[in-house]
Write a protein that binds this ligand. Structure first.
Ligand code: FAD
Length: 143
């Protein structure tokens, strides 16, 4: 039973490039062990996290509960949850969206302005944005 979950949150003011690297390092290791795949997007300007998680229902559910308790972010909102037949992000234990490579026109395609604000658009639109990010090679695998 595979599921896909997408959430958004607001990064704590203390989140730095080092914090992000630490989160990605732990995510890569632990997700590999539990069969979870996905992509994490962090926008330093708007201090927004968006993450898509795919894997077994139990593994994704337990991980989401753990992430939601993490003090490095707040206002965690579930944007989308669905059972799936196949993964869309199977190539990454935890890929990272490179915001510097993000084309503003891609944001404009799904929202009123070229600012990443998942709180202002439907979950479906945020998921479509993630799929395009993969298709346009904006996702990198953290070291
Ligand atoms: P421990 O490492 O034992 O930590 C105990 C508590 O302290 C937890 O509540 C933890 O969240 C918190 N904590 C840990 N490090 C710090 C720190 N440097 N500063 C402040 N608090 C801290 N983990 C994954 O395994 N996979 C993911 O895909 C994933 N994605 C994440 C995305 C985001 C946006 C964030 C903020 C965190 C993510 N994490 C992810 C990390 C996750 O929240 C846990 O910290 C991690 O899985 C370790 O869990 P643990 O129970 O062993 O906590």
């Amino acid at each position: 039973m595979l599921v896909r979950l997408l959430y958004a949150s607001r990064a704590d003011d203390s989140v730095s490039a080092e914090t992000l690297a630490a989160i990605l390092r732990v995510s890569k290791e632990r997700n590999h062990d539990t069969g979870v795949t996905g992509v994490l997007c962090h926008c330093a300007n708007s201090k927004i996290f968006m993450q898509v998680l795919e894997g077994g229902r139990g593994a994704v559910s337990a991980l989401y509960a753990r992430i939601a308790r993490d003090p490095r972010h707040h206002d965690v909102v579930l944007l989308s949850y669905e059972e799936i037949g196949e993964r869309s992000f199977s190539g990454w234990s935890m890929g990272q969206v490179s915001m510097s490579r993000l084309n503003p026109s891609l944001l404009l395609k799904y929202s009123e302005s070229a600012v990443l604000d998942p709180y202002a658009v439907p979950g479906k639109a945020s998921l479509a944005l993630f799929n395009e990010l993969v298709a346009t090679a904006s996702v990198t695998a953290p070291g």
